[in-house]
Design a protein around this ligand. Sequence first.
Ligand SMILES: Nc1ncnc2c1ncn2[C@@H]1O[C@H](COP(=O)(O)OP(=O)(O)OP(=O)(O)O)[C@@H](O)[C@H]1O
Ligand SMILES: [Mg+2]
Length: 264
Amino acid sequence: MQDNGREIVISFRGVRKAFGSNLVFSSLDLDIVRGETITIMGGSGMGKSVALKFLVGLLKPDDGEVLVLGQRVNDFNEEEWLPTRRRVSMLFQSGALFDSLNVRENIAYPLRIHFPQMTEEEISEKVAQKLTLVGLPGIERMKPVDLSGGMKKRVGLARAIATEPEVILWDEPTTGLDPINTSRINSLIRRMQEVLECTSVVVTHDMASAFTVSDRIAFLYDKRIVMVDTVEKVKESELPAVKNFITGRFEGLYPEDKGADHGK
Ligand SMILES: Nc1ncnc2c1ncn2[C@@H]1O[C@H](COP(=O)(O)OP(=O)(O)OP(=O)(O)O)[C@@H](O)[C@H]1O
Ligand SMILES: [Mg+2]
């Protein structure tokens, strides 16, 4: 698949998803091209994490198509997902490190699944290399419980990039971090693009972070994407849903609030 000569690596086409009576997406459409960093923005509960979960097989759409690296993944079984999960890696909102394993074993985990032939020496080398890349060399023996929030996020990233994926999915990478760690993560997102030529899909409510790292921003509102464009164009947008989000105005942020009696 091509878009103006650029390869489309991820595509949502008319994706519908409901959990019981809770309709999350009526028709989600979005193409993501190789090498770009795109941020998906939208209020809490609008389905940002759900959208990422389609891309690693943690959730399935009810209708429409999800294409990942040229394959329709809607009906993939666990075995079919395996090679795709080596190439598309997700950095979870919660960090999701295994508390019982030290940092080395957390990062080694995907290597053992995807490269069962790898020797312990090769694993040590990969782990050390990824820890250096995220700015935490030498912490192999530490346990997750002894790490700060910012360090956990970076170890999570080291684990996500252990298999050298082509696509990284970042779910709220800066939420809950102090400004220093936030800017560290922002520069890591950029570095993944520059050094490893990764495609990044970032989900965040953090406007400053989105403006810093993104080539394009996609806005989720009213169960679909209402705008996808460059940072500059998004900043100039007159669409109320986008404008209100950027300026932090509550009114019009959530469709169910239309016409509500705010602040009285
Ligand atoms: N496994 C699930 N079962 C039932 N409902 C779910 C499930 N996962 C998500 N939902 C619902 O889908 C909606 C979207 O959830 P999602 O986690 O994607 O929101 P989000 O945009 O990531 O929000 P936040 O910014 O708070 O992380 C919510 O109403 C949530 O309750
Ligand atoms: Mg979420």
